[in-house]
Design a protein around this ligand. Structure first.
Ligand SMILES: [Fe+2]
Length: 485
């Protein structure tokens, strides 16, 4: 007899298990999808296929579930598909959860010892004719971009030897070069970092190994013309802890955040560590160089944001307390004794940023994000309680001033990470659309909204109606059809 899923926050409200693979042709639309939009919005998130072996689960432990919105000539089709990982296939065969706690192989069923644990649930990016479904504790899975067929674990044909690979590589738009890294690169809780680049054909062009100041989470990276930056956050791993049945990460309120800066193509001796007071660096908007100075833009939370990775006393941030400072760091690369200098651009609780992909690593003006605007109303009677992360606003931020042009999604709705699609390959920076999923929580279904990125406040130019509820995905990307040419 099948086991029921638990009624815990991980599996409640919009995050109840969905598990349904399928496709929909020609979704209903309010308004008009801009005729010039031609591409696919890929997104991925966790959707645990079987009730958790351990009774409940960390929300990051779910099986990778990809959605593809294919948009052309004013129409939108949708496809939903699990990444068919070794793990998912083994559990389907057994019809039960076999893998244990989050990033803790010691808790797995004996029958799956040695099988790869990748869930591929965090990000999905285009590379060398494939899309890669990525999760930072394992190598990615490759998928066919047109059918979403899973092709298998991907290590760049063995050129990538680290045991993990980031879910947030960065791609130079002009060259197609992909920059990425692995932390815990020699196994869980190790302090080894490997940094890589691959050209657009998947050939390795750079590899360097360094030691981390402490074995902490490095969730993101940024590239500029000359550097790669890895923000190290005070969420610290311990093998001993997971061996005893504890959690892999623990928040360390006395540890520095550290910005690890490496010249592209550099040796281990070239690395610099910019320490800064305890805080939690978030997702990268962009980075760029200017006259020997390296600038890095990202939201920084002043406290831990992961309630499921508390400190040693079990203290964690209360739900709904999420806040960030969108910060522009300046690192003087000509002065080896300098410290990073922060400049807070905005105190909106903004996160999940994208820039215009054509400007990655270059001077730029606009960031596209979602925010948790605590001044806006929310109706829990109709929309249900807030559990976990909650966002209600899409915005375009002018990164030279911090000024935001915002759109609030309504008091019974919540937003998911938005992406940016330029109007055309030659359009000016920011001239295009912000696309994002909105959860209509009172109706138990979702919409995909399309907003003019330069006029967010006017509201969606098109609302694509989705007749089912889309669980909270983690990340996604807009891939123009021209990318596959
Ligand atoms: Fe992320």
């Amino acid at each position: 007899m099948p086991t029921p899923f638990p009624k815990s926050p991980t599996f409640s409200t919009i995050d109840e298990p969905f598990r349904l693979e399928g496709s929909l042709c020609d979704l209903e639309v309010d308004g008009q999808i801009p005729a010039e939009l031609d591409g696919t919005f890929f997104r991925v998130g966790p959707d645990q296929a079987f009730p958790p072996k351990m009774g409940d689960a960390n929300p990051f432990n779910g099986d990778g579930f990809v959605t593809a919105f294919r948009i052309k000539d004013g129409h939108c089709d949708m496809q939903m598909q699990y990444v068919h990982t070794q793990r998912l296939l083994a559990e389907r065969k057994a019809r039960r959860g076999l893998f244990g706690d989050y990033r803790n192989a010691f808790t797995d069923d004996e029958s799956v010892k040695g099988l790869n644990r990748a869930v591929a649930n965090t990000n999905v990016i285009p590379h060398n004719g494939m899309i890669l479904a990525m999760k930072e504790d394992q190598p990615p899975y490759a998928m066919d971009p047109f059918t979403l067929e899973t092709k298998g674990l991907f290590t760049w044909d063995g050129q990538m030897t680290a045991t993990s690979f980031t879910a947030h590589p960065k791609i130079d738009f002009e060259t197609g070069d992909l920059y990425g890294y692995a932390y815990a690169a020699k196994g869980e809780a190790t302090d080894d970092i490997a940094i890589y680049s691959f050209d657009k054909h998947g050939r390795k062009t750079w590899e360097v190994w360094i030691k981390s100041p402490y074995p902490g989470m490095i969730h993101e990276c940024a590239i500029s013309e000359n550097y790669i930056v890895l923000p190290l956050m005070p969420q610290v791993m311990s093998l001993d802890r997971i061996r005893k049945g504890g959690i892999i990460f623990q928040w360390e309120p006395t540890y520095d955040q550290v910005y690890i800066v490496m010249p592209k193509g550099g040796d281990a001796k070239d690395v610099r560590f910019f320490h800064a007071p305890n805080a939690m660096p978030g997702h990268v908007v962009n980075a760029f160089d200017d006259g020997g100075k390296l600038y890095l833009d990202l939201p920084v939370a002043l406290d831990n944001v992961f309630w499921f990775f508390p400190d040693k006393d079990g203290k964690f941030p209360p739900p709904g307390s999420f806040g960030t400072e969108v910060t522009r760091w300046c690192f003087d690369m000509n002065d080896r004794n300098s410290k990073g200098v922060p400049n807070v651009m905005s105190t909106l609780a903004a996160e999940f940023p994208h820039c215009d992909d054509r400007y990655v690593g270059k001077p730029y003006k606009y960031g596209f994000m979602q925010a948790s605007d605590h001044t806006q109303p929310y109706d829990p009677q109709r929309a249900g309680p807030i559990m976990g992360f909650f966002f209600n606003t899409f915005l375009t931020m002018d990164m030279s001033t911090g000024k935001a042009d915002t759109w609030f999604c309504g008091d019974t709705s919540s937003t998911q990470e938005p992406v940016f699609a330029p109007k055309s390959p030659t359009a000016a920076e920011g001239e295009g659309y912000v696309l994002g999923v909105v959860n209509r929580r009172a109706e138990h279904r979702s919409d995909l909204v399309i907003l003019d990125a330069m006029n967010m406040a006017q509201g969606p130019v098109a609302t694509i109606k989705i007749p089912v509820r889309l669980k909270y995905a983690i990340h996604g990307n807009w891939v123009p059809s021209s990318a596959w040419a």
